[in-house]
Design a protein around this ligand. Structure first.
Ligand SMILES: NC(=O)c1ccc[n+]([C@@H]2O[C@H](COP(=O)([O-])OP(=O)(O)OC[C@H]3O[C@@H](n4cnc5c(N)ncnc54)[C@H](O)[C@@H]3O)[C@@H](O)[C@H]2O)c1
Length: 661
């Protein structure tokens, strides 16, 4: 593969400017080309302003900013701009004829080795490539806006795209810190295919009177399904309003995927009356008073998100059926390109594949629309009994060692298990499936002789942000109670778990996350982070031990202060009040955790197990009863090999080697 040193970005607009900036940061020499100097000046300004903001926030030094800027040049003349380019990234407006004109023009003057990557968000790569001198060197690289928050890059393989062109795009993507997925040249690729179909279905749900209003759909998607915003709200606000773009995309889908995909009625009407969203004052909502839209949680009480989710899952399944991409790549696309709280196929597994298929069949029977017909991928799964989490097998497998939310690393040498709460895109917020997976991981560790100590920490900047609030949007008392009970049962199990558990509070521990940490045996806190019970500020109250475990740990005075005021507790107070055992500066945190965990892993397992049980059960009894159970318990392990080893090693002045026998 040819090494890329020089990149030319065509178009200094919203996307071109960001792509150029990221390429410059990755160390490439970048030429930005636009049709007039005024556009180049605007692009340069966008780039410099973004870097200056980061300098102000202390994320970038002024020297680095100058170094990055030194990698950039701005040229109008196309021949001059592309003559040294190893890779050209095209970000000109989304017009097929223009893209074809640009690829032709560039092919004529650039080196034959040049790879041409188009940032089209919907057009066919094969069609664009037809105008290139070397169609095999044309590839799709679909970046997401804004690049600093959306790490996804879809690499789109045109019919003739060569491995070389794909490898070149991949290496540059890696240097630009993108998370890559691969997809064939299908309409909408992955993320936009799912996003546009689900948005259109949100509209259809209202038009078909299945939802009372746009607000009802948006509320259910936002609070029950946990999407960052309602999809119709996004239609109105993304880039100032994207109803015109959505309309064109749906028309394109209708042309390429079948006429059943045509624009939903409200969308069509909005488009035809020039109401494109916020930028025109009106869209699905009225923005004329300049207000920010507020979606009330209760508005979606009567609408079940499966109505919109099922067609989204169906599109994903159709992509798999066609061999366009894989299940993992689909889930990465919705997580990192659309900000979904979970992979859409993971959601399907939790919902039940049978329920998804039933919903699609209901829609198909009622509305006779081809697009609702379930993909054979889904119907086959139902036939094979692969119904999702409830059967242990769906799009993914579930059970021992198979986790969505948990990462479990067992070190057989140190005998320390690291359980990582792994949902960083949602501050490791706990939902029902997450709690079940932690429980499953405890099952795995309880029976594993290679585990003598468990350390829990969080992936990303947080330890755990608490309970996933979507649980409270369900409006169903039985599911809220089940959620509440699952947390209580799990945290109690942690308290009496036969092996020591350490909470390595690497980042913020809030609400349910803090309640989990308090159920651990020892707590080590990064001294730059905070602990907090925010529940009362939300009208909630702690429900996983935040009133009971806390008051027993630190007493009523401080417990009430923490919970009623809901203020963050910083490391010095946390240490003084006895909320944590240690507060360690970030640079030394991991080493300290490792050392402490190793010490516990070398402890006497039988004695640890009984001691933990005594702490728990003894605390439920009066002191005399507790003392009695304690003496019985201590006598019960009196003749173990561990005790023999402990006492022998003390007299031999060496460290004991306990085996738990
Ligand atoms: N904006 C987004 O959110 C987004 C996200 C992903 C992909 N995309 C895709 O990226 C591409 C660019 O979108 P954008 O939002 O940056 O558009 P934009 O309108 O902000 O910028 C396009 C730029 O291209 C310039 N241009 C026009 N003809 C040119 C030519 N022949 N050579 C060089 N420059 C030329 C224009 O002057 C303009 O500065 C489109 O294909 C779009 O679908 C956009």
């Amino acid at each position: 593969m040819k090494e890329v040193k020089n990149i030319t970005v065509l178009g200094a607009g919203a996307m071109g400017a960001q792509i150029a900036a990221f390429a410059a940061e990755a160390g490439y020499k970048v030429v930005v080309r636009d049709i007039e100097n005024k556009y180049l000046d605007r692009g340069r300004q966008l780039i410099i302003e973004a870097w200056e903001k980061r300098v102000k926030r202390g994320e970038l030094t002024a020297e680095k900013k100058d170094e990055f800027a030194g990698h950039l040049s701005f040229i109008v003349d196309v021949k001059e701009a592309v003559k040294n380019a190893d890779l050209v990234i095209e970000a000109v407006p989304e017009i097929m004829d223009l893209k074809k004109k640009v690829v032709k023009e560039v092919s004529e003057v650039a080196s034959d080795e040049m790879v041409f990557a188009t940032n089209t968000s919907s057009l066919s790569i094969a069609e664009i490539a037809k105008s290139a001198k070397h169609p095999e060197r044309v590839v799709g690289t679909h970046y997401f806006n804004p690049l600093n928050r959306m790490a996804l890059l879809e690499i789109v393989h045109g019919e003739l795209t060569s491995d070389e062109a794909i490898k070149v795009s991949e290496s540059v993507a890696k240097a630009m810190k993108r998370v890559v997925i691969h997809v064939k040249d299908v309409p909408g690729f992955v993320a936009n295919r799912i996003f546009c179909v689900m948005s259109n279905e949100s509209d259809w749900a209202v038009a078909q009177n299945e939802a009372k209003s746009t607000l009802a759909v948006d509320s259910a998607l936002k609070f029950k399904l946990g999407l960052p915003m309602g999809l119709l709200e996004i239609m109105d606000t993304l880039g100032g309003g994207t109803i015109d773009v959505e309309y064109h995309v749906m028309e394109y889908f209708a042309e390429t995927l079948g006429k059943s995909y045509h624009s939903a009625p409200i969308l069509e009407k909005l488009f035809k009356t020039g109401n494109y969203g916020k930028k025109t004052g009106k869209g699905y909502y009225d923005w004329t008073n300049g207000q920010t839209n507020e979606i009330p949680m209760g508005a979606g009480a009567d609408f079940e998100p499966i109505r919109v989710l099922a067609p989204g899952v169906n599109e994903a399944a159709k992509l798999i059926e066609q061999g366009a991409t894989t299940r993992e790549e689909i889930d990465i696309a919705v997580l990192l390109g659309l900000g979904f709280p979970r992979g859409i196929l993971r959601m399907a597994d939790s919902e039940g594949i049978d329920n998804i298929v039933n919903e699609l069949n209901r829609l198909h029977t009622t509305y006779k629309e081809e697009r609702y017909k379930p993909s054979s991928v889904l119907t086959t799964m139902v036939m094979q009994g692969k119904l999702g989490r409830k059967t242990g097998e769906g799009f993914y497998s579930y059970g021992f060692g198979q986790y969505e939310f948990v990462k479990l690393n067992i070190n057989k040498v140190t005998k320390v298990a690291r359980l990582i709460l792994n949902r960083p895109q949602r501050a490791n917020a706990l939902n029902l499936d997450f709690l079940a997976e932690i429980n499953q991981a405890l099952n795995e560790m309880e029976n594993d002789s290679n585990v003598r100590c468990v350390v829990i920490s969080g992936a990303g900047p947080n330890f755990c942000g608490g309970a996933d609030v979507s649980a409270f949007a369900s409006g169903k008392m039985d599911s809220v109670l089940r959620f509440s009970d699952s947390g209580q049962t799990l945290f109690t199990r942690m308290e009496i778990f036969p092996k020591p558990i350490v909470a390595a509070i690497n980042g913020a521990a809030m609400g349910g996350g803090l309640e989990m940490a308090l159920a651990c045996d020892l707590r080590i806190m990064n001294n730059k982070t905070q602990l907090r019970f925010p529940e009362l500020t939300l009208g909630l109250m702690p429900g996983w031990g935040g009133t009971q475990r806390v008051i027993r740990l630190i007493g009523g005075t401080r417990a009430k202060e923490m919970v009623l005021l809901a203020d963050p507790v910083m490391a010095d107070n946390a240490l003084e009040w006895g909320l944590v055992n240690y507060a360690i500066e970030p640079g030394k945190f991991e080493a300290f955790v490792d050392e402490l965990a190793l010490k516990l892993a070398n402890g006497a397992p039988l004695a640890q197990k009984l001691t933990k049980a005594m702490f728990y059960y003894g605390a439920q009894a009066d002191q005399r009863t507790g003392a009695f159970i304690e003496s019985e318990a201590s006598a019960s392990i009196c003749f173990t090999k561990d005790i023999e080893e402990g006492i022998t090693s003390m007299f031999s002045r060496r460290l004991p080697k306990f085996k738990g026998q």
